[in-house]
Design a protein around this ligand. Structure first.
Ligand SMILES: C[S@@+](CC[C@H](N)C(=O)[O-])C[C@H]1O[C@@H](n2cnc3c(N)ncnc32)[C@H](O)[C@@H]1O
Length: 220
């Protein structure tokens, strides 16, 4: 059977080589709409690690920003848990699909770039949920996006990061590129403090090393 990630990796490699590392997401979703590719991360279910940490997150009524929302399942889960949800993706085809899949959900679905969030999002969210998006950006864009997402966290709010993990000495490998603990710790900047960092094996078969971090901004 062919690797479902093969097309995504091919598009990613070309886009990175062309110096446009965020170009390929829309390309992939558009191909998938026509049945010409699979979106390898789209299992149409909320993320299981998010489900597990949700009770510890105080989401009821929280202004919540879902980063790289894909087909929208995590946004729908957070909405069902009582959050007020804004969810965005750089790929307009994915966002259009969210609106189709959840027509009655009062989620503010947006096309936006984590590298340059709208000015109105500065310090505007009690919870920013980033799952598996930093790991599909090359290191320079990953660091920029991480810093930019931090600016969206309101006083007293938190940034949740769920990402594949690796040792610094491990090869970065093919997309998705796992993060090191140091990369996650570096998100503690501009007033964000690392509150929790779990390094675990998830329930996938075979299990995948995941870093789960909560970074909080003081104040209220
Ligand atoms: C690996 S997928 C993860 C999707 C979803 N968060 C999940 O866990 O299933 C990464 C998502 O982030 C989106 N994305 C990539 N770069 C982005 C950026 N700079 N700004 C916003 N979304 C981005 C992609 O289009 C894709 O939907």
């Amino acid at each position: 059977m062919s690797d479902p990630r093969a097309k995504a990796r091919e598009l990613a490699a070309q886009a990175v080589q062309d110096g446009e590392p965020t170009r390929w997401f829309e390309e992939l979703y558009a191909l998938a709409e026509r049945g010409d590719a699979a979106v390898p991360w789209a299992d149409l279910e909320p993320n299981p690690v998010l489900r597990r940490v949700l009770p510890s997150l105080a989401v009821d009524g929280a202004r919540t920003l879902v980063v790289g929302c894909g087909y929208g399942d995590d946004a729908a889960l957070l909405l069902a848990a009582g959050a007020r949800v804004t969810a965005f993706d750089i790929a307009e085809t994915a966002v259009a699909r969210c609106r189709q899949r959840f027509p009655d959900a009062p989620v503010d679905w947006c096309v936006a770039d984590a590298l340059a969030p709208p000015e109105g999002w500065a310090r505007a969210f009690d919870l920013v949920v980033e799952i598996n998006t930093l790991q599909v950006l090359p290191p320079p864009e990953r660091a920029r996006a991480g810093q930019a997402l931090g600016t969206c966290v309101a006083p007293g709010g938190a940034l949740l990061v769920i990402a594949r993990g690796r040792e610094p000495a491990d090869p970065a490998g093919a997309m998705p590129w796992p993060l090191t603990v140091a990369e996650v710790e570096a998100l503690a900047a501009d007033g964000l403090v690392l509150e929790r960092l779990d390094d675990l094996l998830d329930a996938e078969d075979p299990p995948v090393r995941r870093l789960v971090a909560v970074l909080r901004r003081s104040g209220r």
